[in-house]
Design a protein around this ligand. Structure first.
Ligand code: PMP
Length: 397
């Protein structure tokens, strides 16, 4: 008897997320993972969150167990608007769309903006789950070159003229995977290009709060009033995953009203609303000032870890690799000329260390000699041991 597959073509043969597939190795004893962008568990304020959860009681607790509005609970939208405004993204609570993680924002925007065959521009390299969301939405994906300052605007302009894309997806601040930050000058020029070519910019910003020594340039979204006609060409996504806890599954979207409205409709058939329980807890946590209290600790620790990784890489692998040391976020991006990093990963797993080969971060024409390392969830000793193991693995190839 033959079996029919009921799965449609878009999903039947699609690859899974290579980063999520690596997760099973992280549980092996003694494994040092420099792979996922997972916040360090010891830096999450689990004690503070636990207290907040247990303080939810009476009618507040009962309503946190009920269905909620699709846009999100007003208490959390108020806090997210306050947080956004303090970062230069001045908005009212009513302009915040609460998401079940910023990943959902990428997916909702892909579904509401794109028709079959529309073109989306992404950075090379970029965040793989965004590539997948755009692919599932039927888009044609085209890569734009990047350098140490982020998107190369000459390449972007050529692509805008030639391909007439509907959307540009960018992670301009401490990018995943590149760790790079688009300069303020380029942000302004990018906005002008987006207006001239009527291309919607999705600014994905889960890492902007995690700067080490110096705050990043203002968001592209916050600069939209400085360029004529730019109010309607930017959608902004951010998240509490990297700065509070990813298990809460909370993020938010800012953007033009009609876009947010379309995403609300798409969200109604998706999960209806983000968890009312975690929204209530996050709202109370933010309102009590605990979020801002914990941030300096995150910045300081991730900053030390980033420097420890850069130091260990220079010392132990400096002759074999090139890499960019980031000013914030969770990632170091590099190249090992002449090395297939997928092979390097196999040798690394045998030596109990994990990283992500760079090919996962390209929509096409992958550079197989690239790689991404995360310093977020290892302490400085773990980073030093991890890099020694990477060096041994590279020598064994
Ligand atoms: N965008 C980028 C660039 C990311 O790195 C991530 C998480 N790895 C997300 C979006 C999704 O994050 P979340 O859904 O947890 O907010």
């Amino acid at each position: 008897m033959t079996h029919t597959s009921f799965v449609n073509d878009r999903y039947a043969n699609a690859p899974g997320s290579p980063i999520r597939e690596l997760k099973r190795f992280t549980e092996l004893p003694g494994m040092i993972s420099l792979a996922g962008g997972y916040p360090a568990p010891e830096l999450m304020d689990s004690g503070g969150l636990q207290k907040i959860f247990s303080s939810l009681s009476g009618t507040a607790f009962a309503s946190a167990l009920e269905y909620g509005g699709t846009e999100g609970a007003i208490a959390l939208r108020t806090e997210l608007a306050r947080l956004s405004s303090s970062r230069g993204n001045a908005v009212e609570p009513g302009e915040v769309l609460t998401l079940s993680g910023s990943q959902q924002g990428i997916d909702l925007l892909a579904r509401t903006l794109l028709s079959q065959g529309d073109t989306v521009l992404v950075e090379a390299p970029t965040y793989p789950a965004a590539i997948s969301a755009f692919r599932f939405a039927g888009a044609a994906i085209h890569q734009v070159a990047t350098d140490d300052e982020g998107l190369v605007l000459e390449d972007l302009e050529r692509a805008l003229i030639r391909l007439k894309p509907k959307v540009l997806y960018t992670v301009p601040t401490f990018g995943n995977p590149s760790g790079r930050t688009l300069s303020e000058g380029r942000r302004r020029e990018l906005l002008k290009l987006a207006v001239r070519h009527q291309c919607l910019v999705i600014e994905d910003d889960p890492y902007g709060d995690l700067w080490f020594d110096q705050a990043p340039p203002p968001s592209i979204y916050s600069m939209r009033n400085t360029v004529d006609g730019a109010e309607r060409v930017v959608a902004y996504l951010s998240s509490l995953s990297k700065t509070l806890a990813p298990g809460l599954r909370l993020g938010w979207m800012l953007g033009p009203a009609e876009l947010r409205r379309a995403c609300v409709l798409a969200k109604q058939t998706d999960d209806m609303h983000a968890s009312t329980l975690t929204q209530a807890a996050a709202a109370a946590y933010l309102a009590q000032g605990l979020f801002s209290e914990n941030l300096p600790r995150l910045r300081a620790t991730y900053g030390k870890r980033a420097k420890a990784l850069a130091r260990a890489l220079s010392l132990q692998l400096g002759k074999r690799i090139e890499f960019t040391a980031p000013g914030g976020g969770m990632f170091v991006w590099g190249r090992a000329p002449g090395v297939d990093t997928a092979e390097w990963l196999k040798a690394a797993i045998e030596r109990s260390v994990l990283f992500v080969p760079g090919s996962a971060f390209y929509a096409q024409d992958a550079d197989h000699s690239t790689f991404r390392l995360s310093f977020a969830s290892q302490d400085e000793a773990g980073i030093a041991t991890g890099v020694s193991r990477l060096e041994e693995a590279l020598r064994a190839l």
